[in-house]
Design a protein around this ligand. Sequence first.
Ligand SMILES: Cc1cc2nc3c(=O)[nH]c(=O)nc-3n(C[C@H](O)[C@H](O)[C@H](O)COP(=O)(O)OP(=O)(O)OC[C@H]3O[C@@H](n4cnc5c(N)ncnc54)[C@H](O)[C@@H]3O)c2cc1C
Length: 405
Amino acid sequence: MSKYWDAIIIGGGAAGLFCAGIAGQLGKKVLVLDHADVLCEKIRISGGGRCNFTNLHSSPANFLSLNPNFVKSALARYPAKEFIKLVQSYRIDYHEKHQGQLFCDESAHQIIQMLLSECKKGGVIVKHPVTVQEIKQETGGWSVSTSAGIEKSKSVVMATGGLPVPAIGATAYALDIAKQFELMVVDPRPALVPLSFTADAFANLNELAGLSLPIRISSGSKGARYGACRFNEDVLLTHKGLSGPAVLQASSYWIEGEAVHIDWLGAVEVGSHFNCDELFNNEDNRLKLTETILASVLPQRLARSFAQQKNLLGRKWAEVSKKDRQALKELITNWSVKPAGTLGWKKAEVMLGGVDTKELDGQSMMSKKHPGLFFIGECVDVTGHLGGHNFQWAWASGHACAQAL
Ligand SMILES: Cc1cc2nc3c(=O)[nH]c(=O)nc-3n(C[C@H](O)[C@H](O)[C@H](O)COP(=O)(O)OP(=O)(O)OC[C@H]3O[C@@H](n4cnc5c(N)ncnc54)[C@H](O)[C@@H]3O)c2cc1C
């Protein structure tokens, strides 16, 4: 005989378990249902196995959503420092890697264990693998039919995540439920995903495979759904094109058919107050070779390649016309390439789009049309930048929901 739960949470991943632990510790009777044999697979593989669990600088500016203001309340009430305190209370050692990104020293497994311990403290029951067959709204509550019987509750929380990596159990179930209850869904699209390139787009850079350097990348456009972006990040040149964090960040804003733009000197400028015009107009450089001047701020192989592309290899700077200097500068600071596509859901880290935030109350994550139905984590149209922001959203939205349950 099943009991009447305060909340049934569908999906025992980052947002679902975190929400369950808090609600349980607040005295709620909570059941978590997950279809996977092994829970939290995404946490396990995250951050190369070390889980980039939050970011010191996580703020609303790090999220894409049709309504960028939606994240504000949840993030303000559960900022990164709160999650860090929890991690510290479990004596999990961590380190900052890059731009505020926090990783476990040891293993992502420690974060999973912490979430499960928090659930245990709250008396949460976690059942898996269980298939959820139907969710129905009834007078005063909800009925959830599963492969293990029918469960009844006051609230249902959808925490089934996004579509990336179907091989480890990702489904569109939260979006299907949103549609079943006539809630709007913003079209899902892979994000933080490698971009693919055609071979001819890289004819000039082919021999540079393996080179990694900091650059400034931009993509998207102001009028586009999620606007435009500019990131200073590392790019990796590969035999198939470009990859690395710069490309992943740009992919979230990329508009199909459009180019992404790279300023190969952009990150140098930021780092050392370097001024590109000074380099190009400095008369002390008159007797130096073009590739030598470029190599003072770029890796040598790249410097040679740029000089070669403009037929300036081996030419002294004094011999290079103003027009050619300008063309070289344009090539280096506004280099464009049109991606052919993305590598899709198999390789994406996160989903763009999801349940439209217009349908949800930003304080509680509850559906405005169906009180008692909540959506948290990646299934909501909130997508973080690379660097721990997606987990921060899972924690913050899970916390907001738990307070409201
Ligand atoms: C390779 C990779 C690396 C990543 N690294 C990072 C990182 O370092 N830092 C970061 O911030 N983010 C990272 N992310 C993103 C992050 O993992 C997700 O944003 C986050 O896990 C989302 O939390 P969630 O609870 O919404 O969904 P999930 O954690 O995906 O949990 C969803 C749960 O729902 C279950 N489920 C799905 N469908 C059903 C169904 N029909 N019935 C029942 N249960 C279901 C799943 O089994 C799963 O347990 C990474 C993602 C990937 C793919």
